[in-house]
Design a binder for this molecule. Sequence first.
Ligand code: PMP
Length: 326
Amino acid sequence: MDTKNGFAATIGNTPLIRLAGLSKATGCEILGKAEFLNPGGSVKDRAALWMVREHEKSGALKPGGIVVEGTAGNTGIGLVHVCNARGYSSVIYMPDNQSPEKIELLQTLGAEVRVVPTVPYKNDMNYQKQAGRFAETLPNAVWTNQFDNVANRLAHYESTAPEIWRQTAGTIDSFVTSTGTGGTLAGVSRYLKEQSPDVRIVLADPMGSALYSWVTTGQPLMSEGPSITEGIGNSRVTDNLIDTVIDDAVQVTDQEMVSMVYRQMAEEGWFFGSSTGINLCAAMKVAEKLGPGHVIVTILADTGSKYQSRLFNAQFLAEKGLSSAH
Ligand code: PMP
């Protein structure tokens, strides 16, 4: 028998997929870690499991407890699955600029969803801060605090990165990904740099984020936005991201991202979400910079199904001045 024991045991060990068209176009091996194949559908299942386990180990989360989080969606989705499987309930705070599909999915899964006005992090009514305050008012509740809880990056240090190292037989030249909390980039960077300091770590940033500027100048200054991407980009350097070795950063526009996801769909059969589009464009830019013959790994974070009403809606794209031409 070759089986996996339940939900948690099905998280991770995702395939590393060769993206044929992009590899051919660059002469590099462009490889995508298929995080959309996690059982909750995204890269955030790993962080969700690691954060819940951390609170169980510390004793803060006891049987029948409540998990509270502020999330743009995927962390919440991962958390609700993990909570349901372990007998916890979940309360999810979300900013009101996210796709309706994510809210509906969270509600379907059984979370109490609190959609709050989108305000900057420095405002006390920011969704993350509201989540933290609410958890404090409840008995037997924890705030998983994905942005500044380093159990998030530990998930990628202990699982995603060793898988990538093994799957590329140590031949990886560069790892590039966009960041929301920074957990994926920070955890993978730490592990890969320990295996070989020569692995080039590159941060991919959408417009309207401060991280490109932070990596390239040391100052987190916001670039001109906004971007229609969801779950990535940040105005601040989180505790997960801080002290991470990052060799370079690339910026990707929404138009580049949109053309990439439509091309991947029409020509290669994939149905990717917006952060994956940013990641693939960034991988192409890294390939152009390094030249042919390099092995470049990125993250295939989730599929397009949560973005049907926006990224895959012609009217929405037209309103944003974007084109699906590729
Ligand atoms: N892609 C998607 C679709 C996401 O939801 C997220 C997390 N918000 C990321 C990428 C970024 O991952 P991380 O939080 O580990 O930086």
